[in-house]
Write a protein that binds this ligand. Structure first.
Ligand SMILES: [Zn+2]
Length: 450
């Protein structure tokens, strides 16, 4: 059997994000195979491990855990520069018609760009939720990011929905459930701990109670996370009240999609009663402050934390700089609280790493730099314009670093980004395929919908 590859990162400022909040100056991390084997002062580790297979001199850099994004629609990067100004989730006018014309190949090419951008920006774990998420499996495996993968299911008759008729198709209900079960089996064939199957319902409007209950059973039978958009605005409240005489959260709870295995996405429209129910159900929240702030809404992050509800950060779609998501979380929380000291830099750093890992049930494996954990690590170059001088590493990183400052990314001890270049995929091809697919799909979209 081959010896495991060893890698030493040295001479760095290390934000461990462990429970002691340890910060090491001139620190080192020793990685053996996929795991972190040692963390400590650089001079000591250099003596202890004199001949690693690879050595990274991280002088002038900050080393921290890779970011964890708890909500992603990679293929929705197609809406970059298109849907930022047109209000909340433009489902009937944009998402539904686009879903009917985008090919699997086009979605794959566009989503591959999104996933590439996330890795380039220090994100090491994502939770993908999308209609044809299976088109990303191969690329996700190839680039090496850790990912929960879930088919975003719907059983609404979208043809009738165009005329504002809400009707569910029982044939679709059954096929969406079996599609999910088959996809779980496919993911398992990869036998990779970086590809994790999960279950997803889009939202109450597009999913019948039968579908929600069916998905809930699949998730609990297989011990998987389930995710659903909920608490997403007035239309959802009106719809669920009209058809079921309940609030969206009560509806989700009654249909088995509001419990401790569920990641509830957005939750920006939440009453005090909803908050109590969420806490009781032990549901986790995917907070996506950047995209939601552009849509004029924001979740009650501080109230969730006060209630002991687990919260993680999600990039969602068409944005990809996770540092911006962190800063949005801070600014939105401060605006909401009317208090400039709400959510300080270190709390935001925890939210982006260990707290997000908790939401996905992966905190024993990732989310901090600790001995025995997977080596999911990013190295950020702090020696350039915009980020120096580094007087306080935590505040400087959180408030000033950008995804373009990330130099190196490791997932499971494997280097996925080195000197700001992806190591496992052809960056030029990813860019050109995404650009040509985007051009083609929008041309067809405009021809059909003009
Ligand atoms: Zn979403």
């Amino acid at each position: 059997m081959n010896a495991k590859k060893c890698l030493l990162i040295k001479n760095a400022t290390i934000l461990t994000v462990n429970s002691n909040k340890d910060v090491l100056t001139n620190g080192a991390v020793f990685v053996e195979g996929e795991l972190i084997k040692d963390v400590g002062p650089s001079d000591e580790l250099s003596v202890r491990y004199p001949n690693p297979d690879e050595e990274i001199d991280a002088k002038g850099c900050i080393v921290l855990p890779g970011f964890v994004s708890v909500h992603n629609h990679a293929g929705y990067l197609i809406y970059r520069g298109i849907s930022e100004d047109i209000g909340q989730a433009p489902t009937p006018d944009l998402y539904v018609p686009m879903n009917q014309i985008i090919t699997r190949e086009e979605r794959k090419n566009i989503g591959s760009l999104a996933i590439s951008e996330l890795v380039r920006g220090g994100v090491t774990t994502i939770f993908q939720m999308e209609e044809d998420v299976d088109v990303f499996t191969e690329f996700t495996h190839e680039i090496g990011i850790r990912s929960l993968m879930s088919i975003m299911t719907n059983d609404l008759c979208f043809e009738k929905f165009k005329n504002s008729v809400i009707e569910y198709d029982p044939l679709l209900t059954a096929s969406e459930i079996s599609k999910t079960e088959n996809f779980i089996d496919v993911i398992k064939t990869y036998k990779s701990d970086r590809l994790i199957p999960a279950v997803a319902a889009n939202m109450a409007l597009t999913c019948s109670p039968e579908l929600l209950q069916g998905l809930s059973k699949v998730a609990s039978k297989n011990g998987l996370k389930l995710t659903i958009h909920v608490g997403i605005g007035k239309k959802e409240i009106e719809h669920v009240d009209k058809y079921y005489g309940k609030t969206p959260f009560q509806h989700a709870f009654d249909n088995g999609v509001l419990n401790k295995n569920v990641v509830a996405v957005h939750c920006h429209t939440v009453s005090d009663e909803d908050l109590q129910l969420m806490a009781k159900a032990e549901v986790s929240v995917a907070h996506c402050p950047q995209i939601n702030s552009f849509r004029g809404v924001s979740a009650r992050l501080i109230d969730f934390c006060r209630q002991g509800i687990k919260v993680g950060l999600g990039v969602d779609n068409f944005f990809s700089d996770y540092f911006e998501v962190i800063r949005s979380a801070i600014s939105v929380s401060r605006l909401k609280a009317g208090d400039a000291t709400t959510l300080k830099a270190y709390e935001a750093l925890e939210l982006s790493t260990i707290e997000s890992a908790k939401v996905l049930g992966l905190d024993k494996q990732v989310g901090s730099i600790e001995v025995g954990k997977k080596a999911d690590i990013q190295i950020v170059d702090m020696d350039g314009f915009g980020v120096c001088p580094v007087t306080d590493p935590i505040a400087t990183l959180v408030y000033h670093a950008k995804s373009k400052d990330v130099d190196t990314v490791l997932v499971g001890g494997e280097v996925l980004l080195r000197n700001k270049k992806l190591t496992k995929v052809n960056e030029r091809k990813v860019l050109s395929d995404a650009k040509s697919s985007s051009r083609n799909v929008w041309k067809r979209f405009n021809e059909i919908n003009s």
